[in-house]
Design a protein around this ligand. Structure first.
Ligand SMILES: Cc1cc2nc3c(=O)[nH]c(=O)nc-3n(C[C@H](O)[C@H](O)[C@H](O)COP(=O)(O)O)c2cc1C
Length: 336
């Protein structure tokens, strides 16, 4: 059988075989899983903010290059709303460029300050955002591609009330640069649907949480394997900081505090800190004890398996769905 291949503006721009991107994942998006998706023909972004030091970040970029045999991979630049947490952003870009990385994903706030240094270094910037308005503005600021995520996104979908399939259809009318959509995508049928919509690809996260290469406790992965489409809930909407997460005891406790009137991040103590999630859930396997970014796409996970298998399954299912669509859409003789 022929090997499926997909050709869109994003596969051309990023030099990949399949229009599937693994977005940044705080504390989890490191060289192992990123190299695995790159080796499988997709694209992944190492999350710069995950590392305790710039040296550790550089070392992981080098590890990724070794694991991927020199194939291109990307770096995620998550920009905080709090400027004091962004001091390392220029160093993240410089170190990536020194290590031969040219592909960047930005998220969190407007990408204006990132465009010039990345382009000066010959890089390509994909900006991820939650609304058509932000996508249009990123295009105006000169980014090379946009990822538009809907309310089902694991992580921070913003105050978004729309799914990516709705926003994406509107955005396509207003964007000239390549567009990928994400949020809730965990199955090849949805990849095919995104292409049928006219998007150039998809961006994913939750579905890859169970990948063998993800450096987290097996108990967390098994919790996601056992879950269904109701595995996620949202917290912190009352603070205008909506966060889609695993529906566990920690999330219910945050919801309880919100219902009782907590309205500042401080009032939740360490419950919402990523350091707690890393220590208790990712390393300790205490799956109820910390907040874990996750969307309903986690419900598609049915096994702990290599990221490359996940990519292959997505591609095979997308290919089958595209073939079925081709059979459905036929021509009829005039007059019939
Ligand atoms: C555990 C986890 C951590 C994430 N951390 C980040 C992050 O640090 N920066 C970022 O830009 N996006 C982050 N995201 C969002 C993903 O990059 C991606 O946009 C999202 O997972 C797509 O939606 P999906 O989860 O429904 O597939 C995270 C997602 C997950 C599941």
């Amino acid at each position: 059988m022929d090997t499926p291949a997909f050709r869109t503006r994003i596969t051309e721009l990023l030099g990949i075989r399949y229009p599937i991107l693994l977005g940044g994942m705080h504390h989890l998006g490191t060289s192992g899983v990123v190299a695995a998706v790159v080796n499988a023909g997709a694209m992944g972004y190492i999350t710069a903010r995950s590392f305790a030091s710039l040296d550790a970040y550089r070392a992981d970029l080098r590890r990724c290059r070794a694991l991927s045999g020199g194939k291109p991979f990307g770096v995620n630049l998550t920009i905080s709303r709090r400027p004091e947490l962004n001091a390392d952003v220029p160093a993240w870009i410089d170190i990536a460029c020194e290590e031969g990385v040219r592909l960047f994903e930005s998220a969190g706030s407007a990408p204006g300050a990132l465009v010039e240094p990345i382009h000066r270094a010959g890089g390509i910037l994909l900006h991820k955002c939650p609304s058509v308005r932000h996508a249009v503005s990123a295009q105006r600021l000169g980014v090379d591609a946009v990822a538009l995520v809907g309310l089902e996104e694991g992580g921070h979908p913003g105050a978004n009330q729309l799914s990516a399939f709705v926003s994406g259809a509107f955005a396509l009318e207003r964007l000239q640069i390549p567009l990928v959509i994400g949020g809730g995508i965990g199955n090849g049928r949805q990849v095919a649907a995104a292409l049928a919509l006219g998007a150039d690809g998809v961006i994913m996260g939750s579905r890859f949480m169970v990948a063998s290469e993800i450096d987290a406790h097996a108990a967390m992965k098994q919790r996601i394997v056992d879950a269904d489409e109701h595995c996620s809930t949202t917290i912190l909407g009352s603070l205008n900081d909506t966060w889609r997460v695993l529906h566990n005891a920690a999330a219910r406790e945050v919801q309880r505090l919100e219902a009782e009137g907590a309205r500042s991040h401080r009032e939740f103590g360490d419950l919402i800190l990523s350091s707690r999630t890393k220590a208790r859930v990712y390393l300790g396997g205490e799956v109820e004890e910390g907040i874990v970014s996750l969307g309903p796409a986690g419900g598609f996970a049915d096994a702990i398996e290599p990221a490359g298998h996940i990519v292959q399954r997505l591609v095979a299912d997308a290919w089958q769905a595209c073939s079925a669509l081709r059979r459905t859409v036929t021509t009829t003789a005039a007059g019939r």
